[in-house]
Design a protein. Structure first.
Length: 135
């Protein structure tokens, strides 16, 4: 009897320890981004991109693996529609800043960088959100 209780407790302990790790590894999001965009302080060229997350670190990489950035993101809003993925950018004039990646039941968001805040102050009413459909 004691052995059964110990096994159950050990199993529950491992489950509680490993379940957050499983939640951090979502399926990669793929999208064609038709314009240059900035993530943090790095500007990436237009192209086909994959966004993946592992252990709280987000990797954004183009299909040729010639441009990439690793960054941290906050939990954010997600798509309510099953199987729907999107990438949201904030646009100020010709500058595009990654704002969010939203998947089925999960979402990531980025805070405005100092460069983006400067453009926000200059362009106040002329900014537009841009959504790119992803798969």
């Amino acid at each position: 009897m004691k052995g059964s209780i110990v096994r159950v407790l050990v199993t529950l302990g491992f489950g509680a320890t490993l379940s957050p790790i499983a939640l951090l590894a979502q399926e990669p999001v793929r999208a064609t981004i038709p314009f240059d965009f900035t993530v943090g302080v790095k500007t990436l060229p237009a192209g086909d991109y994959t966004v993946s997350q592992r252990n709280g670190i987000v990797l954004i990489e183009n299909s040729r693996r010639t441009a990439h950035v690793m960054t941290f993101a906050m939990k954010g809003e997600w798509n309510q529609t099953p199987g729907k993925y999107s990438i949201l950018f904030h646009r100020y004039g010709d500058s595009n800043f990654l704002a969010a990646v939203r998947g089925d039941g999960w979402g990531l968001e980025w805070k405005a960088t100092p460069a983006e805040k400067e453009l926000i102050a200059k362009a106040a009413a002329s900014s537009k959100p841009v959504v790119v459909a992803a798969k």
